[in-house]
Each structure stands twice: as structure tokens, then as C-alpha cells.
Design a protein around this ligand. Sequence first.
Ligand code: NZQ
Ligand code: ZN
Length: 380
Amino acid sequence: MENFVYYNPTQLIFGKNATDKLGELTSQLGKTVLLVTGKGSVKKYGYFDLVSNQLKSAGCRVIEYDGIKANPLVDDVEKASQIAIEENVDVIVALGGGSVIDSAKIIAVSAASELDPWKIMTWKAKPKKALPLVAVLTLAATGTEMNDAAVLQNHKTGQKIGYVSPLLYPKISFLDPSFTVTVPKNQTAYGIVDLIAHSLEAYFGDGESPLADRFVFSIISDAMENTPELMQNLSDYELRAKIMLDATCALNGITTLGKKVGDWGVHGLGHELSLLYDLPHGASLSIAYPAWLKFHSEKLADKISKLGENVFKTKDVNETIAQFEKFFESIESPINLKQAGISALEEEIIYKQMLKNQVSGIKHKLNAEDLKNIVHCMIG
Ligand code: NZQ
Ligand code: ZN
């Protein structure tokens, strides 16, 4: 067991009508609000009106920034941060999935410090403060609602990278599972893949902590148990609630308690696929994880076997990997490039992209030859 400091300052308000106090609590943080949203789902399904009415009733002035795309771009963050500075914004409210909340996190630090967002992301500028951030989550997947990370894409530099800082924790996150009943089937599936992938990144990370491993097995098992029914009943509140809690717990720090750090190599592989083909994050992971596991099946045989024993009741390494593939396929998340509509002819391009950005894990380092082999395993 490693020494550790556990710090998670996000206040989580979870459940039906969770946003009832959103106006009141946000207005205590500031009166001029930048409300950040995505490409329109929140307006279509009424969450936008609910949140902006709450804010206005509490006496807030609401400035809107919409159009954040899935796999968010630093360009939007630059524009929104400029608006936040010009309008003297006091507080950022993010209403959406991981892409919106991640963008809002970097808007909050870059606006408060008047620093360039990409310089922050690449550690060339070091922010000392952030505007308070309130998150209203509409998609169960990333765990960003209760963590200190944000991921952005920059097509000028050809990178999709994460940035981690205690400044990024939302002050308050509102999680009403009924906001997620409109998430379409494919995005629901990608979210479930993502939460499983976060659990696995922790499990294959650095350090040993049996309790943390048990959290991982429980989160994966809970999600897998509820998924088939959820896929048949997308508007079921209880099932949505279970998956929402799974997703938050998969990346709020509990799965690495007593460990040094997660591995994150598979996320690195997935980010390059998203960058090249704009693949949804979860879809990139259902391709990358089986390939990574197959590549490591001998080296990590004991670890994979223990995972199989606890999640699938099999100690067989290949059977464990096959079970993950079967699950991902059952929810129609691609398990290879072919299923994602990406030609085998792209193999070299993908490999070179991964090499260029030096994709590797923290615990399980990947050299050029490893990357070549893993990409080959992705072909299908
Ligand atoms: O753009 P809108 O119209 O909002 O539609 C979104 C988007 O098309 C839609 N959606 C969201 N909530 C909805 C909804 N549609 C109907 N009803 C709702 N209630 O779903 C689509 C995907 O949204 P997005 O925010 O991109 O998905 P997700 O939450 O999976 O976020 C993915 C991003 O988070 C990053 C990923 O790399 C990716 O960029 N990650 C962030 C992490 C973190 N901060 O800790 C960790 C993760 O590993 C991940 O890397
Ligand atoms: Zn992820």
C-alpha cells in the first residue's frame, strides 16, 4: 500500500430534482454567469431552460456560450475564455457531458488567470486560480464531474491531451439521472465503455491496493449487470441512476486509493483514434482496450486472470479478454477498427500518429514496436 493524500472538494448533489437549488447555490458564488453548453441537446430536451430560469430567478446575469463539440476543441475554450474576461464573469456553469464540462474547466482557469488555454494544457503557463465552476451533468461517462482533469483537442498541433490540476475540481456538481434519459443508445454505450475503461486504467496502474481493486471489480460488475436492461429501457430512472453513480465512482479517486497512479496507456491510444477519425471517446476505448489486453496477455496474465475471476468467474486470460469484447459488441461499441468503419489500410497512419505523440502508459511503457503490435491487434 502506498502513502496517499485523498482530496476531493467537489460537492455532489445527486438524484431527482437535484438542480432545485442550483440557482440559489450558484448565485452565492457570483452573479454574472457564463453558461457553457454543447451542440443543442440541452436546448432540445429542456435542460437549458430549466437551468437558465433557475439562474435568472436567483438574480444572475446569464451569458451563453454554446457549440462545444464532442471531443472538444481548444479554439472554443479560447473564445469562451475571452468572453468571460470581457464580461467580468464570476462563475462558470457547465451544462452537458464531459466535453462541455472539460471545456468549462479550462475556461475557468484561463479566464481567471488571463492565460492562454493551450499554454495551460501543455504546462507552459501555470495558473494560480480558477473561477468557480458549477457542473450540471447530462451524460454518465467521464467522471469529470468529480475530478481534477480536462481533455482537449488541438488540430493545429495534432494533439488530444489531458491536463490535471486541483484547480479543476467543480465546486458543485448536480447529477440528476433524469437528465440522462435522453442520451441516445450509442452514447449511452460509449459512456459505459468509458467508465469500465477508467476502472481498468486504475486496476492496471502502479501500486497494489486490494481494496481499490475490489472497488474496480464492483464498479465494472455493477455497470455490466445493469447495462442489458438499460439498453432495452433507456428512459428507466433507476437504471440511469445506477450507471451515473458507477461513472462518477470510476474516476473520482477511490479506485486508486492506496495506489500510486492509474496506467492511462489505453486512453492515450484512444485519444489518437479520436483525433484522427473524430471517434467518440468510448468507441475509441472499446477498440483500444482489447488490443492492449491481448498485447499484454502474457506479461499481465496473473492480473488479467484475477480480473476475470472477480468479474466473469473465469481465471482464463483469453476468456476474460473475450468476455470484455463480447460485452462491448453486445452494446454495439466497436471492438476493432473495421467495426468503426476504419480501413485496415490506415494501420501505418495510426501507428505513425501514436509514435509522433509518444503514446505510452505510466506503469506499462510502450515503445515503438509495442505500438506497432497493438495497432495491428486493432485491425479486426
Ligand atoms: O453536443 P450536445 O448536443 O450536448 O450532444 C452531446 C454529444 O453529441 C450528447 N449528449 C450529452 N448529453 C445528452 C446528449 N444527448 C442527449 N441527451 C443528453 N442528456 O452526447 C454526445 C457526446 O457528448 P460528450 O460530452 O462528448 O460525451 P462524454 O461525456 O463521453 O465526454 C467525452 C469527452 O470527455 C473526455 C473525452 O476524451 C471526450 O473528449 N474525457 C474526460 C475525462 C475527464 N475530464 O476526467 C476523462 C475521460 O477519460 C475522457 O478522456
Ligand atoms: Zn475515458
